[in-house]
Ligand binder design. Structure first.
Ligand code: CP
Length: 325
């Protein structure tokens, strides 16, 4: 399914969000509304987390067919804090390993009255395919789709950038790492474009450049020093070894750290008040040095906290548009 059709397939006939499959094609006003609602769910560290009953009586099924810590844990906590029944399918003991198709797994859980499916899968197109098949009152949330899309990550990154920078239009955002295989980079770049950011710099090692078609107007370079100069936001990404057929062709971790590692020295080329982001999981002292990850410019733990708020906001939004079954 193409991007435009995915974008329209996630909206109801009246333009409300039913599924979240991609950020591409969403209106700025809808993204803004989602960020505003996410802000309402944010709580400072140490305070009691936000809670409500908006999902009471509904069942959220988390189906993660790829590894996850942050996304899976935050969707589970978000659903529980909104009073949903939550099912975390253990994929290693599910019947999918006996050959059951993912669609038959979905139909099985739908028969048990699951209302919201949160899906991470290594194959492109799975969330949209499932969204096209489920009953009208059921929603699908993309929790990471191959190298294609990770829309809730994109939203939590936007929320974090807005929290620290206030605005998007005049920012220089530098993303460094394996952009070619990164669903995070694609979703955050889509979100930034929707919000009006004009200067996005993508820094990659040779061979890991993305298709420019996925990043209209972005500057793609192998020169980290040039790409980070004057940045307001610097996001480091790991090399996605699990998506690279022949990782032996990659530069060594030592060489990578020297050439593309985000270090204190490199951060001196960014704006003095630049923020440092990383979606996780991090490889410390490879794509980001430990002192930068833990340093005063790092907002990495804020990203994690904001992930929970964003997922609560998404669950609230889609459950509000749910028709009676
Ligand atoms: N950023 C992110 O998706 O992390 P997880 O793989 O731990 O969910």
């Amino acid at each position: 399914m193409g991007h435009a059709s995915s974008a329209s397939a996630q909206l109801t006939e009246t333009g409300e969000l039913r599924h979240l499959l991609t950020l591409e094609g969403l209106d700025r006003s809808l993204v803004q509304t989602l960020l505003d609602l996410s802000d309402e769910y944010r709580r400072p560290a140490g305070q009691i987390p936000a809670r409500d009953d908006r999902l009471a009586g509904q069942t959220v099924a988390n189906l993660f067919f790829e590894a996850s810590t942050r996304t899976r844990a935050s969707f589970e906590l978000a659903a529980k804090r909104m009073s949903a029944d939550v099912l975390n399918l253990d994929v290693n003991t599910s019947s999918r390993i006996k050959g059951e198709s993912i669609l038959d797994t979905i139909y099985t859980l739908q028969a048990m009255q699951a209302d919201i499916f949160v899906i991470r899968d290594a194959s492109a197109g799975i969330p949209a395919m499932i969204a096209a098949k489920v009953q009208p009152h059921v929603s699908v949330l993309n929790a990471g789709e191959a190298d294609v899309s990770h829309p809730t990550q994109g939203l939590l990154d936007l929320l974090t950038i807005r929290q620290y920078k206030g605005d998007f239009e005049n920012l220089v955002v530098t993303i460094v790492g394996d952009i070619k295989h990164s669903r995070v980079a694609r979703s955050v770049a889509q979100g930034l474009r929707i919000m009006g950011t004009k200067r996005i710099h993508l820094v990659t090692p040779p061979g890991l450049e993305p298709d420019q078609g996925h990043y209209p107007d972005a500057v793609i370079t192998n020169d980290f020093d040039a790409g980070i100069e004057g940045a307001d936001v610097v996001m480091a990404l790991r090399i996605q070894r699990e998506r690279i057929a022949n990782p032996s062709g990659l530069m060594s971790q030592d060489d990578y750290q020297k050439t593309y590692g985000l270090t204190k020295k490199r951060m001196q080329l960014a704006n003095p008040d630049a923020i440092v982001m990383h979606p996780g999981p991090m490889n410390r002292d490879v794509e980001i040095s430990g002192d930068v990850a833990d340093g005063p410019q790092s907002v990495i733990t804020t990203q994690v906290a904001n992930g929970l708020a964003v997922r609560m906001a998404i669950l609230a939004t889609i459950s509000a548009t749910r028709p009676d079954p």
